[in-house]
Ligand binder design. Sequence first.
Ligand code: TYM
Length: 330
Amino acid sequence: MTRILSGIKPTGKLTLGNYIGALRRFKDFQESGEVFIFIADLHALTLPIDPNDLRENSRDLAAFYLASGLDPKKCTIFLQSSVSAHAELNAILQNYLFMGELSRMTQFKDKSAKMNGNEIGLGLFAYPVLMASDILLYDANIVPVGEDQTQHVEITRDLVKRFNHRYGDNMLIMPRAQVNKVGARIMSLTEPTKKMSKSDPKGDIFLKDDEKTIRKKIMSAVTDMVGKVQYDPENQPGISNLLNIYAALSDITPEEAAEKFKDSGYGDFKRAVADKVIEELTPFKQRYQEIIDSKSYIAVLEEGAAKANAIASKTLKRVQKAVGLLGFDD
Ligand code: TYM
């Protein structure tokens, strides 16, 4: 059976980009495969974060997963830190990715460029090793992510080739990224040539924003002087981004969305996009609030940790044995 794995880092308030590029899609895999969805809390430590914020973000994320339609009877939802095999596999796999290739990762270059060189943690540099461990521990075949994470899945694939070449075919299972054509990269509403990002939250729509705020942000989104609703990301990045948002939430293509609004003015078009986002997020937020109030996410995470541990510890043993670590049953 196909294994599907993905995770989100609880580093800040979740954005519409996270929702469209990743979260909204996870539930679609539940019927066709075995799904593992986790909270990448160890990854959240790679940049400074207040402990209370990390706790709150992690709780929120657990509730968001459930509110998005993930059913704990059909999939495994867990905290990365509650499965110690992630850190143990990380300790082994760090020897199979190299400094040169890690230093070329776009995310590392972007994040470290904004920091004082003396304060860049080893964890930020080695981020892809832990991410590879997340994926490989569950023998995942498919990793649904937004476009910005594909490079990390690619380096995981390089690691698998390198490792299997040395220790035997299928010792690690080759994963592949699954990126949706529509909504793979939602852009900032105020700077539509930049990604909507929780680490640089300018022009972001947050999943917890109220209706009024969402409407205001979309109505004041940056557009252009062309005056026609057309899908042309290069020359009309703002309008094209709004078309992408509308299209992704309507399960149509941006070209189809453009056709629908070709005779509309920007004001009417923006109102329709705001209505669409609000229509989607209002029931989602209600479900989220019920889950937070009932604390039902706690039992889900406990059960998820047990299920995840059972699978992860088997893979870890297989890898430990392959590289020559002596076990008591050898
Ligand atoms: P993170 O937390 O930055 O983002 C979570 C998911 O949201 C997607 N995404 C976007 N999609 C479309 N438009 C955007 N503007 C946008 N911004 C973010 C991301 O591509 C991602 O799918 N390293 C990962 C977490 C992680 C992980 C893993 C993922 C850790 N281990 C193993 C998959 C498998 C991250 O930081 O995602």
